[in-house]
Design a protein. Structure first.
Length: 175
């Protein structure tokens, strides 16, 4: 009987109070222990993986960024070039549509800005050629190469821009 009296103590109001809940304390301790284990596991994982998370900042070789390849742009020299040649007693003509290939926007701007100067230089170079030599594939390739060199040099000199890649003949009529 004494044990029953200890369990049901009266606080003076006449109502019986339940015994303390030992099960709730165990549950709280169990949850706290599980949370502590999770925190320790996360901390250990972060500590062990600190090199990968830091991105290997100073240990390995630094990878170089891939160069940015700009799209090709073609500048059409309009109107077409028409050059006359005196071959013996006959008058001969060459009509040429020329396009300049580049990847640099600064070169495109320079080609448009210095169009009169470029046209003058192109006509001068074509006029210096032999009509019969231009009729051969070798003569046309040599003319293309010479125009490329002179146009690139002129653009570099006038604007400081580099990047003239090719001179293309898109139409060539000789008569």
């Amino acid at each position: 009987m004494a044990a029953e009296q200890d369990l049901t103590l009266d606080d003076g109001t006449g109502a019986a109070t339940p015994p303390p809940a030992n099960g709730k304390k165990k549950l709280i301790l169990l949850i706290a222990g599980a949370l502590l284990l999770v925190v320790i596991a996360v901390g250990a994982t972060l500590w062990l993986m600190r090199d990968q998370l830091a991105g290997d900042a100073g240990d390995g070789p630094v990878a170089e960024a891939a160069p940015v390849v700009l799209p090709v742009q073609y500048v059409i020299m309009k109107p077409e070039f028409v050059v006359s040649f005196q071959v013996g007693q006959r008058q001969r003509f060459l009509q040429l549509t020329l396009e300049i290939m580049t990847r640099q926007p600064a070169v495109v701007d320079a080609l448009r800005l210095h169009d009169p100067l470029l046209r003058n230089e192109i006509i001068r170079i074509i006029s210096e050629q032999s009509f019969n030599h231009l009729r051969t594939a070798e003569g046309r390739v040599e003319l293309q190469q010479r125009l490329l060199e002179h146009i690139a040099l002129l653009v570099k000199r006038e604007s400081g821009a580099d990047g003239v890649e090719a001179v293309l003949f898109t139409n060539l009529v000789m008569q």
